[in-house]
Write a protein that binds this ligand. Structure first.
Ligand code: NAD
Length: 350
């Protein structure tokens, strides 16, 4: 059961991506994103994704060393096409441009289309928050088979279409980061459970007959079942709105069957970046956020656990996991196998 330091893990991922053809900058950006996802507690979007990315590169579904081309450039509006390049790199570069626009105009609207998997969406809200910006992100998935059923539906018609909102730290009040799939659980959580021999919460998936299940295998063994949307019709509605905002409105497309499905993971993302300083004074924001957060997190717990803020679990995980990241045997074996595809030998170290 290997435990590995974040630094050693980053080095292994960087070497593996470089061996797969990424230039030094891309390998560094993607490995940093993946390891930070593990640190935040989102193993589903961490280095385990290499077992998808490396076959994707070899099959031409993920194209290394792409940069985005601009499709729309008008004041606060920015549109880019990622050409199946590494989403972590293209989305980071695109957010940098969006942050500049939000600084100039007070707000920026960014349509990012057709890049490969952008990973953990919270990373982009963190990038915006580090620049003092509020951000909202709506994401859909293309090219992949459907994973999530519509409310009342039996077959999978959507990706796990995440939404994400970030409010930067104000005064002495910590940041708030809500980053979530619109399915009850993210697909990656079924992969981690499947490889680790565990179950998922009952009803988070349905089998191929539409029956509620706790078996992650329904997502990885044919005949496939589906993930269920969170909160029934409400999660279904959010998932559909991601399909509309990120898929239709960026020009990237949806999972409707008139689009090609080659089996990669293409993400489209519509982002709105807001400069809070344009809307209110720093003193007002610091006071209101301090009082709001105290009001909410100070409410009496219903059980043993306190009320916390969205973003707190990731903060706590990052603190705790910085000492070393743990992988179970199944998940580590998939990394060893991914490394072997490009001649990089994975060893745990400390
Ligand atoms: P999750 O259920 O672990 O967390 C969702 C949100 O709830 C987080 O903001 C977290 O801080 C907050 N939270 C957790 N416990 C809380 C509590 N007790 N009180 C208050 N807030 C709490 O996340 P998820 O839905 O499983 O998504 C996991 C990751 O998968 C996300 O980072 C998401 O961006 C990513 N994802 C990416 C894609 C893609 O296509 N790129 C698709 C789906 C999901």
């Amino acid at each position: 059961m290997p435990t590995i330091s974040p630094t050693a893990l980053t080095e292994l991922v960087t070497q593996t991506l470089a061996a797969a053809g990424s230039d030094a900058n891309e390998a560094a950006v993607v490995s940093d994103h993946l390891v930070r996802a593990n640190l935040a507690g989102h193993d589903s979007h961490g280095v385990g994704m290499l077992s998808n990315y490396l076959p994707g590169i070899l099959d031409g579904l993920l194209v290394v060393n792409q940069t985005a081309t601009t499709t729309l450039d008008s004041g606060p509006l920015l549109g880019v096409d990622g050409h199946r390049g590494f989403g972590q790199r293209i989305a980071k570069e695109t957010m940098e441009r969006g942050i500049e626009r939000a600084r100039a105009h007070g707000v920026a609207l960014i349509g990012l289309r057709r890049c490969h998997h952008v990973g953990r969406i919270g990373t982009y809200a963190e990038q915006c928050m580090d620049a003092g910006m509020i951000s909202l992100h709506f994401v859909n998935v293309q090219d992949h088979r459907g994973l999530v059923a519509a409310f009342r539906g039996k077959s999978a018609v959507f990706g796990t279409n995440p939404i994400c909102f970030g409010m930067p730290a104000m005064g002495d009040t910590r940041s708030v980061l809500l980053d979530m799939a619109t399915s009850q659980i993210a697909l990656g959580k079924t992969r981690v459970a499947y490889l680790g021999g565990k179950t998922v919460p009952h009803g988070a998936v349905i089998d191929a007959n539409g029956q509620l299940s706790d078996q992650p295998s329904v997502m990885w063994e044919e005949p496939y079942g589906a993930l269920t949307p969170l909160a029934e019709h409400k999660g279904y509605g959010l998932c559909l709105m991601c399909e509309i905002l990120a898929g239709v409105m960026t020009g990237g497309g949806t999972l409707a069957p008139h689009h090609e499905q080659r089996g990669g993971i293409i993400n489209n993302m519509l982002s709105i970046i807001i400069d809070p300083a344009r809307l209110a004074s720093a003193d007002y924001l610091a006071t209101e956020m301090r009082e709001l957060v105290a009001h909410v997190t100070g409410s009496a717990p219903a059980g043993d656990e306190p009320v916390i803020l969205p973003g707190d679990p990731e903060r706590t995980n990052t603190e705790q996991r910085s000492a070393g990241l743990f992988f179970d045997e199944g998940n580590w074996a998939s990394l060893v196998e991914a490394g072997a595809r490009v001649g990089v030998s994975w060893h745990a170290g400390t």
